[in-house]
Design a protein around this ligand. Structure first.
Ligand SMILES: Cc1cc2nc3c(=O)[nH]c(=O)nc-3n(C[C@H](O)[C@H](O)[C@H](O)COP(=O)(O)OP(=O)(O)OC[C@H]3O[C@@H](n4cnc5c(N)ncnc54)[C@H](O)[C@@H]3O)c2cc1C
Length: 380
């Protein structure tokens, strides 16, 4: 059983790590403080090829495997969770549904710019009154004279309102008991991007509510088959769970590194605090958390890459790695003492950024539900 990444994967990890250390980590505190979405950095991520990783070369991608995408998300997330989620959502929620379910014409229209990082796309599933219960979608789209007329609202949509957002794919009711996905280009009349939310964390990530008021798009903007929207987003979320787990691994890794460094430096009672078992053992426990979170995440990515079933493992990876990341940020903040509560200390930002990992792309409770069902339990 091999536990090693391939030389290509290791080399690529180093490229992304070097990029994140040079271009992202030094600015992360200021972006967080000023709530800046750094478009030029996102473009630079595009030039590095990050947004095109899992897509074929004909659309500007590099045909990399899913594990390589996870490595990139992990490394960005180690420097800044906001940039990690920008990549994760840009690829997993923005470009992937178009690649997986779109017509050739739709792929040709949208993917080259998305793969190059010249554009971003969002995926609008969640609504003000339908999140975990996404089948309760109320947004509707009626086919009138060859156009979809969309009315409704979406909530918390990542990458939906940046200056380079080209489109958002939304789910909508297209008939009784029928949910379909429809691509809505940015700037379409009747498509309103609400002001950014005031969030606990992810301050450099772009998140908006969206309104659709008699918003008309061509009939050809239907993504895949009519009535398949529910199936499409379930498949999209299975992949997303592994990618969010990778983002969590990056955060837990950063907590471990910061904690060990500080435990060696910070003096108390005439010795570095790492001399005291209460602190040293927290670091040891963090190392175990990171190792487990990474293994369960890479295993799920490997299952996907090798064409094996991975639904349960994806849910397990998301559940375990995100809860590990939340624990890691809490323990790292404790190790930093009062400085851990100050915003200029990275672990303070990590602490605020962590919580959403247990919520976005399926809450911990929903992961437990998926795992229970895979175990054959009749759980509701
Ligand atoms: C910053 C941010 C970015 C996001 N980006 C996107 C995006 O790009 N696209 C998108 O579509 N969505 C996005 N989301 C939405 C996110 O996926 C949802 O918030 C999440 O799925 C939970 O839905 P909800 O907020 O409606 O919570 P609810 O579904 O209302 O859940 C509330 C609580 O009830 C629990 N619960 C609900 N049902 C059950 C059940 N059957 N059994 C047990 N417990 C249950 C939940 O686990 C949770 O604890 C984003 C959210 C945030 C905060």
């Amino acid at each position: 059983m091999p536990f090693e990444l391939s030389p290509e994967q290791e080399a690529f990890r180093k490229v992304v790590r070097d990029f994140a250390e040079a271009e992202i980590a030094p600015h992360a505190e200021a972006w967080d403080r000023d709530h800046v979405f750094p478009v030029e950095t996102v473009r630079a991520m595009g030039e590095l090829g990050l947004f095109g990783l899992p897509f074929p070369e004909e659309y500007g991608g590099s045909n990399a495997d899913f594990t390589t995408l996870c490595l990139a998300i992990e490394e960005l997330g180690r420097g800044d969770q906001s940039m990690g989620i920008t990549l994760e959502a840009g690829v997993g929620l923005g470009a992937s549904p178009i690649f997986n379910f779109g017509t050739e014409e739709q792929k040709q229209q949208w993917l080259p710019d998305l793969c190059a990082g010249r554009a971003l796309a969002g995926f609008g599933l969640t609504e003000p009154d339908a999140g975990s219960d996404a089948g309760a979608t109320r947004t509707k789209a009626d086919l009138v004279d060859g156009e979809w007329v969309v009315n409704g609202a979406k909530a918390f949509i990542t990458n939906s309102g940046t200056s380079i957002t080209s489109c958002v794919t939304i789910t909508a009711r297209t008939g009784p008991g029928e949910i379909s996905s429809i691509i809505v280009p940015s700037g379409t009349p009747g498509f309103v991007v609400e002001p950014p939310y005031r969030k606990m964390g992810w301050h450099a990530s772009d998140t908006h509510g969206l309104l659709f008021d008699d918003c008309r798009v061509p009939e050809g903007n239907l993504l895949g088959e009519r009535g398949f929207g529910f199936k499409q987003f379930l498949a999209t979320l299975d992949d997303g769970r592994i990618a969010i787990a990778a983002l969590a691994v990056g955060l837990a890794q950063a907590c471990l590194e910061e904690s060990v460094r500080y435990a060696k430096e910070r003096q108390a009672f005439g010795a570095p605090i790492g001399r005291y078992q209460a602190v040293a053992f927290k670091c040891a426990d963090l190392a175990v958390l990171v190792e487990n979170a990474r293994l369960i995440t890479y295993k799920a990515a490997w299952l996907k890459d090798t064409g094996k079933p991975f639904k349960q493992e994806a849910a397990m990876a998301k559940l375990y790695a995100t809860e590990a990341a939340v624990t890691a940020t809490r323990e790292a903040t404790q190790i930093f003492g009062g400085y851990g509560f100050m915003d200029e200390t990275p672990v303070s930002r990590f602490y605020r950024d962590a919580k959403i990992l247990e919520i976005g792309e399926g809450t911990s409770e929903i992961q437990r539900l998926v795992i229970s069902r895979e175990l054959g339990l009749p759980v509701q």
